[in-house]
Design a protein around this ligand. Sequence first.
Ligand SMILES: [Cu+2]
Length: 201
Amino acid sequence: MKVLKSLLLAGAVTFMYACNPAEKKEAESDSSESDSEEVVNEVETSTTEDYVTAMAELSSASGSEVSGKATFTDLGDGTVTFKITLENATPGSHAIHLHQNGDCSADDATSAGGHWNPADVEHGKRAVDMKYHAGDIDNVEVGEDGKGMLEMTIEGWSIGGDESSDILNKAVIIHAGADDFESQPSGAAGARVACGVIKKG
Ligand SMILES: [Cu+2]
């Protein structure tokens, strides 16, 4: 009986102590509730507007002075928008491809390997030919000022998706000449004058 009494007492004491902090908590939770509402709103905004992105900083290769930057945005519907800007390139058309190895360490960027071609098909012109490499993009036009820009939306790419679509850790390569979209296996575009590895971010 004594044990039961002291248990009840202990319970009552716990209850009494619990009272005040509970009131306090209620007051606190009022303000923290509105805080968390704000956070929820931020999260909603970021999921609708902030897509998964990736980028590549391009450095010169094969003794060129070419530099540039490529940015990628995964729209989540099987397409990726792609934008590249170049500086200090020779005026005219330059082939751009994604090559299979994310490795620009060689002076001539041959460390990047051949075109990224997971489907093992012939080289061609994207969206025109029946077959083309996943890494086939287009030519970029460079003006007399050495600057060039190309923007495209590309089907079949992803950022971090399955192996046949994932562009992460591939190399963006700029060539000295234009892609003829016919010569196999890489369009006879000449030396590799810039290289950059695609990284998330
Ligand atoms: Cu190439």
